[in-house]
Design a protein around this ligand. Sequence first.
Ligand code: NAD
Length: 290
Amino acid sequence: MPRALIIDGKSIAHRLRLEVAAGVAHLQRARGVVPGLAVVLVGEDPASQVYVRTKMKATRDAGMISLEHKLPAGTPEASLLTLLAELNGRADVHGILVQLPLPSHIDTRRVIEAVDPAKDVDGFHPINIGRLASGACTLAPCTPAGCVILAKSVRSDLTGLEAVVIGRSNIVGKPVAQLLLNENCTVTVAHSRTRDLPSIVRRADLVVAAVGRAEMVRGDWIKPGATVIDVGIQRVPAADGRSRLVGDVAFDEAVDVAGALTPVPGGVGPMTVACLLKNTLRAAWASSQV
Ligand code: NAD
């Protein structure tokens, strides 16, 4: 049995970041505009701090301006909304990202809706979600957009493929399903209440797993030759007493059945940041045209 093609998310993301950097230079030459991304972090969640640092470095590496707003965990919601109103009004800020999760005293939905949709580089604002659902060209959520780029690296035209998305979250599952529908796939969205998940997954030419359950998708769930995009990322104990990162898919089993498969880490993860940069460039171009 031939082993699956391992989809190299790291190098695909690297190429995309180089393309964005070239686009940044072009925008600066053509319009005198340097894209600016404001990242807002509330609190000291260690994982969020790492994500923010990674995003800020990638922003600077692409030639964009990176602005950080670090607020204490106890920041009142009203102060955060005031900051967002200020960033919405700044001409040098083209993208705004509020790192989630927010502390529990803050209403995440209200905060997402307070970001100007034209600067919503996370693609979470209801206007952008609505545009995505209606098939309009928009700022799409970054991880889902990255999944589609990875799937298209295997087969550039996804038309007619039977796609099964496992997970229906607002940040991954649902937008992935919309994007795949826009790519003319026949899409099934499975979730925690789905009956007989293995038999549904077995139908799929393209599987996107976004559940957050370590190695839940077994090799014998995969249709031979299918493309498998693994969004999940979990730390589990390793045999040597340390820990290792795994996805939602049992990689060692799936690699002998799938046609192509993303690794964890090094698959979807790097694409999220690259797509964030792409969205920021896109928002900057759009604002320079008005
Ligand atoms: P979530 O918890 O919001 O949603 C999980 C979804 O899985 C839910 O819709 C639920 O219905 C479904 N689900 C739960 N148990 C199930 C089961 N037994 N069978 C079928 N479906 C089931 O999670 P999320 O935010 O969508 O993230 C999913 C995973 O993707 C997590 O591991 C997260 O860490 C990872 N993630 C990675 C990136 C990245 O950049 N690599 C970005 C976002 C999320």
